[in-house]
Design a protein around this ligand. Sequence first.
Ligand code: FO1
Length: 318
Amino acid sequence: MSGKHILALSGGVGGAKLAAGLAAVTSGDDLTIVVNTGDDFEHLGLTICPDMDSVTYALAGLNDNERGWGVENETWQAMAMLRALGEEGWFNLGDRDLAMHIARSWRLRAGETLSQVTARLTRELGIDHAVVPMSDDLVRTQVLTDAGWIDFQRWFVGNQCADKVFDVRFEGAQRARPAPEFRAALERDDLAAIVLCPSNPFLSVDPILSIPGVRDALAERQVPLIAVSPIIGGSAVKGPLAKMLAERGQVVNNLAIARHYQDHWGDLLDCLLIDHADEADVPVLQARGLTVAVTRTLMREAADRERLAKEVLAIAGI
Ligand code: FO1
């Protein structure tokens, strides 16, 4: 293999941690991080891009590890004032985080694309690596509950994921095009590996794969496609993945993850990296023709993220 460029597809939280690990162990030109924008929404006149911001804050060393989203050392004065003014208070916008939404929103309104705005904001925060939205076109994740189709953040934050999800759709995905830097990364001569970060397959990776042409472009590249499983010890570290699998009548294990990427997306995976706690899943995964690697996938600290990132690179032969 001649190249060493990594294309990582990521959602927020867990994905952002591995993305930060990959950034810590690669030089700026060797990594493109493509981020889910299906969770984005318009709120109080601002464009909020939660997964883009989770990745950006993680790479800039600004993320709040405890909460899992937003900025560390956050204060909430603007939010308190908004509530006092009678504005909607169900979605929490910290003071520091708010600056990000303001900077992004006015520039989008002035005509810049989300890719251009993100390139500017990440550069200003000292990030050397390319953090790229999956698309500059609007794609909005919606979930089908008893109340009908509702926007993702209304369900995730407003409803605290309480309502059962019968289906998920990505409004606009069929008309969306991959962002220019995403397309460029897919076509790079030196592309050496594609990494699916440990994000929720149904909510964070599927929107990216749903953009026309993306799935086929990934599959056509003759480079290892490695997924880091979001399952640890038969459960999801954070978020509604375990609940969603159970609601689909599936056991919460790595087989469900493998099935999704192999059966639903047509044999997309070459290797699944799973946690030691799920070692019992290995035989059934191997029986499906997958290469399986086992390690410690929980990322509490920077050292965990970097070790896991190095292991992913080693699997890819980089
Ligand atoms: N998650 C919550 O559970 N409650 C919130 O009030 C909330 C606010 C918020 C603001 C900005 C941001 O970038 C993310 C925020 N999140 C919040 C997290 C967000 O809903 C999720 O991280 C993703 O959409 C799921 O990946």
